[in-house]
Every structure is written in structure tokens, then in C-alpha cells.
Design a protein around this ligand. Sequence first.
Ligand code: ZN
Ligand code: ZN
Length: 373
Amino acid sequence: MGFLFASQSDVTLIVIKEPTENDENKTKTALFHVDRAKLIESSAYFRTMFSSRWERAGKYNPTLRGDTIKSMEVILGSIHGFDPEPESVSVTDVWYTMRACNKYLLDPKKLVGWFTRWIQWIDQEDTTIWEDLDFNRQLLFPCYFFDHANAFQQISKRLVYDNPGYITELAPRDSPLFEPMHMPAIAMRKSTSLVSLRPKNSNSQKEQLRAARGRLRTILQRSLFEDVNVTIDYAYCACAAHTIFSYMRELHRIGVRPLDGDIHKNGVRDILNRLKGFNEEKTLNGQSSVQRYTGCSHSWKFVVEHSRKQVEGYFDGLCLDCMHNNPDENSEYWSLDTIRYVYGKDCRISHGQPTWYFSFMGHRDRNPSRMQS
Ligand SMILES: [Zn+2]
Ligand SMILES: [Zn+2]
């Protein structure tokens, strides 16, 4: 296999890919005809390589091992201004590309354009692939690494709303394992089968995505029961008991069982979808809700719809820009003197206060509680 990246190529890199355990193929070799000056300009690794004594001794075609050919095609292509065909790049290749970036000391910023076009291609090709939660989990970290604010927002939001169990990042099968990368804790539980993305400071690890989802559940629960509490405390009419009972039973009928611990095993999105099936008729028992006494007259349909919309619109996903501010607990991030009307004003994505709050990656122990809901 050969790749011609420079018409005036003065160096040929020989990339050798040894077969892995899972790979029945034999050793693969590819030749990359490249421009030495561009390599030196882009990477300290190549700068060092080409200043070695062998290099100075004459013609030198380095052999590189331990990389996949596709990942080298991506990084060498980006150095020379060529993208590989997007359909030829898998998620696993993306992970190998991140590793190659680290190994060859290449600034990931140089690959932002390539990654953006790759995501764009996925969006055009098959939007249904985003419904696959594993695909989202596999791309959360690459979106962080290649600084794709938009996809990172969408993916983190999707994981918070749609993922039923623990929210974890996932490395594709056959992808490389990573040593700690320069990533703050984006806050997911580690699992032994998954790649560990250790934060610079393990104390700073906050499971922000899980925290955001917990917040959604709290809001949902509170919102669904606000009026129930009012009835219990203030209504003394004979129909009050029936009002609450029939509301609870209708919630159970649609599969939302707020008093059941199992509710936490459901994804937030699932619960929201079930709430759409709430049928007020079934709670009325022949009475109109407006004829009842104060404290007992609720439109449960309204309560349910209000709760659903409140939760649905609450969290916009994590914001890379807010994350990168990554301030410490004393920073202006938490400053109470700063009156904020618009959150995410200077961010690439538009978002509300909860996104700002959950995108904070530093210590939170001493922060003033500023959550509103
Ligand atoms: Zn009543
Ligand atoms: Zn932001």
C-alpha cells in the first residue's frame, strides 16, 4: 500500500502494522511518501527523528511500528492537507488516531478539521446511528479530544437522557488503551471493561453526567408530586383520597411508578415518553376536575405535561467551552457578584444555566449552591 502525500516527496515513511491477536491478517506494510519539512513543522517527534545522526548521514526512510495504517493515513494526511475517505474510517480508527496524535506529539487542533468533516459525514450518511447508545459512548471522548463542541453537547445530552444504567464511556473493541490523557474528569463511572480516562487530579473527578441525570429525576419527582402534597396537606373533602389514588394509579398504568425504586433503572427519556400516555379521563371518575374543592382540584394532565416539559428542556448537555474554563473553586466561575442573565454567552453552543453548572470540572465542595430549577 502506498500513499503519496507530497508531489515533491523527500522522505518515505515505512509503516508496519503487526497482526494483533484478533486479527487474522498478516503483517501489513504501507509506504507514505511525505514532505519532511511539513512533518518537522507539525511535530516535535518528527523534528527529533530527522535530526538524528542517521538522518544526517544520508537518505533515511524511517520505519514506524505499533500504529494502524489508517491512523497514520489520518494524521499524515492532515499534516499534508488530505482527508482519507470518511467511510473508510471507523470509530476504532478514530481511537487509534488519538493515540497516534499523542505518540507523535501532534496537536489535536490540527485534526479538528478532519474530525469535524468526519462527524458531518456520519450525520449525512446515517442519523439513526446516533440512536445507538454504545456509539455515543464511543464518541464522547473523541469529541472531547478533537474539541467538537456541538457533537460533545449532543452526545452528553443523549447519554444523560437516554442511558438507563450507569453512564460510562466506552472504547470500541480492538481500540488502544490509553494512559491518562489530558482530560478533566468528564465524570463518568469507570468500569473495568472500559477504557479509563483518568483525570489529572483524581480528586476532581465528579460524575457530572450522572449528577445531571440525578437532577432530572429529582425535578421530575418533585414536579409530579407538588400538587399531591398540596392535596394531602390542605384538602379535607371526601374526594381527596380518590383524587390522589386515581392519579397514582394512572401513573402506574403508563409504567411510571415514582414510588418504586425501579424507576431509577429507566432512562429519563423512557419515562418522559411514557408520561405522554397519561390519560386524564381515567382519573376523573365521572367528575370534572374543576368542580372540586380547592386543594383537591388539579388537572393532572397539566401537571404531567408540565413536569415532562420541564425535564425535557432542562439540560442542554455539557459545554466544552465551560469545561475548558475549568476554574478552581475560588474562580470567578462561582462568583456570586457576577450577575448572569445569559449562560454560555461566549460559548460555541447555546445553553442554559444547568449546562454551565454541570460543565464545571473542578472541586465543588466549597461552591455556593447556585442551582435553581
Ligand atoms: Zn376533593
Ligand atoms: Zn458554555
